[in-house]
Design a protein around this ligand. Sequence first.
Ligand code: MN
Length: 256
Amino acid sequence: MARSISRRRLFGTLGAGAVAATLASRGQGSVAFAAVALPSSYQETAAPQGPDNAFVLPPLPYAYEALEPTIDAETMRFHHDAHHAEYVLQMNNLLGPYPELRAKGIVYILSHLEEVPAAIRNRVRDNGGGHLNHSIFWTIMGPQGSREPTGALATAINSVYGNFATLRAHMIEAGITRFGSGWSWLTLNPSGKLEVINRLNQDSPVMDGYVPLVGVDVWEHSYYLRYRNRRRDYLISWFNVVNWDEVGRRYDAFKF
Ligand code: MN
């Protein structure tokens, strides 16, 4: 099973690279075909899929209470076990009749939504985005790890933003100005440069060719039990639970 999955992923990666090379040779810009600007290595980051390429809820990599006091255990339990689980359930329902699409993985599907049947496209966008975003979210937080960027990522941040505090202020501002529900992200933009963006609802940065490195969920379900309407307080505190070792590992793997 593991061998067949890895072979499928290998072909998927080669396919994406070949498409990117073809477009590049035709001189296509990165706007109309932004999705293929994703580095081929990023295709490997899809949340692992199960037998028959079913989407699966990744286990939380630490205890529910591990991020206290920034994020309370009850919020973590509902967020992971109920909200994220529902996105996974919906994706399996939606793509049940489409095994070939399911086999391409969540990153491919979200960056090629035009290949998804129109009747389910918006629901795949919402639920698939929810699945990928949260799969990233759990891994870039943790009770351990550096609380500040290090290594090549720190160098890049200092080069673009001057220092980490300024980057943090940009991300907090992006999260606050995201009216309604969405996410604030530090990404690699389609040119490979660090860029802070925010996105509505569960729209994933990969939809338009951005590589998500670290993101903070600003849906009310992620903070309301402890912070009520004080989103800014949540955002400020959230930086106490980011595992920058993991973010740096992602930067090293995906920079291009
Ligand atoms: Mn959420």
